[in-house]
Design a protein around this ligand. Sequence first.
Ligand code: SIN
Ligand code: CO
Length: 376
Amino acid sequence: MDLHSPLPLLGGLTPAQFMRRHWQKKPLLVRQAMPGMLPPVERGALFALAGSEDVESRLVRQTAKGWSLRHGPFPRRALPPLQQPGWSLLVQGVDLHHEGAHALMRQFGFLPDARLDDLMISYASDTGGVGPHFDSYDVFLLQASGRRRWSIGRQRDLELQPGVPLKILQNFEPEESFVLEPGDMLYLPPRYAHDGVAVGDDCMTCSIGLRSPAAAPLGADLLARIAEAQADELQDIPAVHYRDPSQEAVDRPAAMPAELQSFARKAVEAALRDPDAIDRALGESMTEPKSNVWFDAGELPERLEGVRLDRRTRMLYDARHLYINGESFRAGGRDATLMRRLADQRGLDARDLSRASEDALALLGDWCEAGWAHAV
Ligand code: SIN
Ligand code: CO
């Protein structure tokens, strides 16, 4: 992708300009970001996804009694009639199930893959919405069908209504409001307050959602991964045990010896001193498929003339490793260049593959067998 060419998707800004001026800073409204926009998934297919065990979906309703929230799966008969106003169905991770939805997400390829989360599609009847709220992540809200009025504001007071099953702002003070038509898009940075209300029937909105790990849970996850990797490595290394030839006799036997504390600290520091270990744990963590993702096993191809990653595959790399679906591989030289291209472009053609080593071809074969990639 040319980062210095204006994109209709960004209202004529180049990706570089968008990142500098708007990303994590201020909203951007783009009229006709995607001219001729059609929903990537039709209403019936969206409702079918909402009926599946493996898909996360929510039904939000606003009635005279207040807000209600239910979690899916929803058989078709569990959804309110289309003519009934005030309800909204939200389906998460549609890009994992539909190629068109996945392709739509790839248009945001000027953002690091590690930051992209999923494509959520909401369907709302007239006046439907999820109420005024803020999210912790950036979001691109792309109108796919029907119309929706977005009211937005830099809300300082983030207090939420008590006793409501959804996050609803107590005192929402919108500063701007606009009606989005199919193809229009609104970018919002994290914590920017917003309220989207369907204007008329058949309102479908695609949310291209970002993810940004929170420090404490990320740290905990990485520590667990590093510990697991260490446990594997330690099997081959002779143990170094604590020694205390200068230990004196004690009259308070329950007191922890200070030397043992220092020995423990050094052991933990040694485990963390290897920067590779942290990089690897991060790569594995960021490519770990979500718990509801399954790959359909494929076959070992006889000959590979081209390969493409499955839409569910997460693949990243850094200077020394490749990461794919929670696993890491050390990679260097020509194979690393090739595999990085696979990760960036999500595919390789025959010419690329003619330069691959036997080891790289064997790895790609394994990934095809696992359903992570497909021969083309
Ligand atoms: C919606 O599509 O109704 C909600 C999306 C959002 O507010 O983040
Ligand atoms: Co939101």
